[in-house]
Design a protein around this ligand. Structure first.
Ligand code: NDP
Length: 480
């Protein structure tokens, strides 16, 4: 059976403990590889390698680092098919989705930050005729990047690319549920000529290996994407060490549909925003507020669109939805659907585990599920489910829609559907959310700030924000 080994100092290593975790294919429920169960000793090895590599890597010209990272990006492009297949098998997502979204985005992440560092500016401030300030930004040293299972290589590269481009050396940990593409990526880094120790990938459990990264005193910053509770734990550990922290956490995103929209068109896009990637995207809309004047017609259109999300073997092109990432996660999602029934909700479509049959007979499949009749403040409408479950909630006034949208502890992304331009700005500005999409969803420009407010996180990724996070400014003030 394939062993997913740690990538430290440019080579592959078994975990120091000699222990391995089973890696399950969600579509079949079968163990298909073993992943290193690393601990603080492996993290210490990775940090030592990263520290040794830092002077050379940070001393390269931006163009030299850029060339190497672009070579990594090209390797990802060349291996698109293998990586997409691996991502689909490891995560349960449809192969076509990994091929068209996840892996191209990983390639784009590497290329974007590799080239962004060629176009930065250094600030200078003239105080008076005799005084000039200029500000230099330096890499931090060794940084930690911890990423989740839902968009494995996509989010892994979203973190490591700016960290490396800015001149840092990295110790990274993918989720132990989806380690495969990060493992394949490490081989591509070797082929692309990334110097040993610049990137180190340690695999293992969050509470062991992840915690060891956060606790290590030589790791100067942590960039983390994952659940809000894990973010709290990380912040508690990192704060007394004054580490820089970027926390991209959970969401419970509102979708607001006003009565002036084209109902069929909007329902199609709102269903996509709810169920793409099995609803396992932190940006998916899970609370759909609909103006009462169109509620019944929109509901019928949404049911029809939801039922088009055919659940099936992730390897088949016809499957619009694949398997959830793990048995535990499937049980959590089914538990919330049961809770919705207990809280008085009506299941309009879906609501159950799906039996796909064949090689997928034991896979973790759940039907896309649409629910109505729940109070906006009930648990199902307040807690993150992170699966193919969305609720419909009618509203009468703009105020009511905004209040409902802002009623959870989260504030990651919102989407707003209306043709009234004045309303677009009025509502968008009042939503407590790091990102607002208007008449679209998941349209991404990598230059824009990405992140959430409230319990959805601290800090922003993307564009210059990411390079700022991974560097420290120093002001030099000269009188002459
Ligand atoms: P988790 O918080 O469980 O895990 C995220 C990562 O952190 C994993 O690599 C995990 O390892 C690791 N980890 C877990 N515990 C610790 C710890 N104590 N110290 C350090 N690292 C730890 O999240 P999930 O993987 O379950 O991902 C789903 C969550 O991620 C959802 O809440 C979702 O909203 C959020 N998310 C947010 C995004 C955003 O941009 N805001 C984007 C995508 C997802 P392991 O898996 O091995 O336990």
């Amino acid at each position: 059976m394939l062993h997913i080994r740690n990538y430290i100092n440019g080579g592959f290593h078994d975990p120091r403990s000699g222990t391995w975790l089973e890696n399950v294919e969600p579509a079949t429920g079968e163990v298909y590889s073993l992943v290193a169960r690393s601990d603080a000793n492996d993290v210490a090895d990775a940090v030592a390698a990263a520290r040794a590599a830092f002077p050379h890597w940070s001393g390269l010209k931006a163009k030299e680092r850029s060339d190497i990272l672009l070579a990594v990006s090209r390797k990802v492009h060349e291996h698109l098919e293998d990586l997409a297949l691996a991502e689909s098998q490891d995560n349960g997502k449809p192969l076509w989705l990994a091929r068209t979204v996840d892996i191209p985005r990983a390639e784009a992440n590497m290329a974007f930050f590799a080239t962004e560092i060629l176009h930065t500016e250094t600030a200078a401030h003239q105080t008076d005729a005799h005084t000039l300030n200029y500000t230099v930004r330096s890499p931090l040293g060794v940084v930690g990047c911890i990423s989740p299972w839902n968009l494995p290589l996509y989010l892994f590269t979203w973190k490591i690319a700016p960290a490396l481009a800015a001149g840092n050396c990295v110790v990274a940990k993918p989720s132990e549920l989806t380690p495969m593409t990060a493992f394949l990526f490490s081989k591509l880094c070797i082929d692309a000529g990334l110097p040993p120790g610049v990137l180190n990938i340690v695999h293992g459990l969050g509470g062991e290996c992840g915690a060891a990264i956060v606790e290590h005193p030589e790791i100067k910053a942590i960039s983390f994407t994952g659940g809000t509770q894990t973010g709290e734990t990380i912040a508690r550990t990192a704060a007394p060490m004054f580490k820089k922290l970027s926390l991209e956490l959970g969401g419970k995103n509102p979708t607001i549909v006003f009565g002036d929209v084209d109902i069929e068109h909007t329902a199609r896009h709102v269903a996509r925003a709810s169920f793409t990637n099995q609803g396992e995207i932190c940006l998916c809309g899970s609370r759909i507020y609909v103006e009462r004047s169109i509620y019944d017609r929109f509901k019928q259109a949404m049911i029809a669109e939801t039922e088009k999300f055919v659940v099936g073997d992730p390897l088949q092109e016809s499957s619009r939805m694949g398997a959830l990432v793990s048995q535990g996660h499937m049980e959590k999602v089914l538990g919330y659907i049961q809770l919705a029934r207990e809280e008085g909700g009506t299941i309009l479509t879906g609501g159950d585990r799906v039996s796909v049959g064949g090689r997928c007979a034991n896979g973790f499949f759940v039907a896309p599920t649409l629910i109505e009749g729940l109070d906006a403040h009930c648990r199902v409408n307040q807690e993150e489910i992170f699966g193919p479950v969305a609720t419909l909630i009618p509203f009468d006034t703009e105020q009511e829609a905004i209040a409902g949208a802002n009623s959870t502890k989260y504030g990651l992304a919102a989407s707003l559907w209306t043709n009234d331009n004045a309303r677009v700005h009025r509502v968008a500005h009042r939503l407590e959310s790091g990102i607002v999409w208007v008449n679209c969803w998941l349209v991404r420009d990598l230059r824009t700030p990405f992140g959430g407010v409230k319990a959805s996180g601290v800090g922003r990724e993307g564009g210059v924000e990411a390079l700022r996070f991974f560097t420290e400014p120093k002001n030099v003030c000269i009188q002459y």
